[in-house]
Design a protein around this ligand. Structure first.
Ligand code: 13P
Ligand code: SF4
Length: 358
């Protein structure tokens, strides 16, 4: 299990904590009554094709309690495309890829942001909303890419490549963002790399994203050896075998996949780019080469598409569950803080990306 890269305890003591400014609340009743069944029925209709009816009586009391508490607390729930369908369709206010979540976090006017995603996403929300209480339902929800590089590594890279701009993937700690010139996500990496007008750029830490970007630009890309533990498991042979067994199958890949996987894909893009491709093209059969909950989330909206699912789960994303979201709203935990020593520089790198004109 990779460790979440976050601030040290000394630095965390110095960061301003906001949770104490809110009133404690009682844990609501969690019974599946007729009233709960009636109230949550329209939400169940959205997910009925991907959540068996037998599971709904367990989920529905949490869904109702979370939606009630959100109003009471003036909280907004941001959920990444990899969250499970009951979170994505039934309690989230805003869903999307990393860039969309960062943009929406910047516009949030709630008092509390609950980030259903991984730690770097919650940290990014905090950077863009320093005066709001940002909560993550499980502080251990990390990311193998974020864990692959430290701020000290970036400083060494700068020494080794003087004058070369540093673009860091948003899947990094605030400490790493603070050492970079600008952030990128998988949906804007090419534009960000080209924004410098330079012939060489460091694009770190995802080796495969960097290699993908290098195939789309004349800029020379230097990178790092970080990998996503979910996407690196896919192989071209496995995908070709699915293609052979399913005539007409379209393969849609995320750029965190190894280059040989991207070579056999019909389309490559960010999680929202992948969703957009399936919505626009409605292939009869589709295989999303990414975290497995995303196919369930779109399948709920697109019953006409047959999703072939090699199920690779992100263990970090899957730490977020309805009971933990409810705890988060009741007990105001876990509060995400950013080391004041790095926050301003990290924010600048994220804001440069968010403000980049397309
Ligand atoms: P997206 O920015 O495409 O949503 O990707 C985030 C991520 O963690 C993919 O593994
Ligand atoms: Fe990180 Fe990969 Fe999980 Fe995305 S899917 S959060 S890149 S480990």
């Amino acid at each position: 299990m990779t460790e979440v890269q976050t601030t040290t305890s000394r630095e965390r003591r110095n960061a301003v904590r906001l949770a104490d400014r809110f009133e404690p609340l009682e844990m609501p009743e969690l019974e599946y009554t007729d009233a709960v069944a009636r109230e949550t029925e329209p939400l169940y209709q959205k997910v009925k094709d991907v959540i068996p009816a037998i599971e709904w009586p367990v989920m529905a009391p949490y869904v109702k309690a979370i939606n009630d508490l959100k109003k009471q607390r003036n909280a907004v729930i941001l959920a990444h495309n990899y969250q499970t369908p009951e979170i994505f369709h039934c309690v989230a206010d805003i869903v999307g890829d990393s860039l969309q979540l960062a943009q929406q976090a910047a516009r949030a006017d709630a008092d509390i942001i609950v980030q259903c995603g991984v730690h770097f996403m919650a940290e990014t929300s905090k950077l863009l909303n320093p005066d709001k209480l940002v909560l993550i339902p499980d502080m251990q929800a990390g990311c193998s890419l974020a864990a692959s590089i430290t701020g000290a590594d970036v400083r060494l890279l700068r020494e080794r490549h003087p004058g070369v701009p540093v673009v860091t993937y948003v899947n990094t700690s605030a400490e790493v963002k603070a050492e970079s010139d600008i952030c990128c996500t998988s949906s804007n990496a090419i534009q960000v790399v080209e924004s410098f007008g330079k012939d060489t750029v460091l694009c770190i830490p995802d080796e495969y994203l960097a290699k993908y970007v290098a195939t789309k630009t004349d800029v020379r890309i230097l990178t790092w050896k970080g990998h996503c533990e979910v996407h690196e498991r896919f192989t071209a042979d496995e995908l070709l075998a699915y293609k052979e067994a399913n005539p007409g199958l379209e393969i849609i890949a995320h750029p965190e996949c190894p280059p040989e996987v991207i070579t056999v894909a019909d389309f490559t893009g960010s999680t929202s780019g992948m969703i957009g491709y399936v919505r626009d093209n409605k292939p009869a059969k589709a295989l999303l080469v990414t975290e497995c909950s995303m196919a369930s989330n779109i399948a709920a909206d697109l019953p006409g598409v047959d999703f072939i699912r090699p199920c690779n789960l992100c263990p970090h994303m899957k730490r977020i569950t309805l009971p933990k979201i409810l705890d988060s709203l009741v007990e105001l935990k876990e509060e995400v803080t950013v080391d004041p020593l790095v926050a301003d520089r990290a924010r600048l790198a994220v804001e440069r990306m968010v403000n980049l004109k397309s």
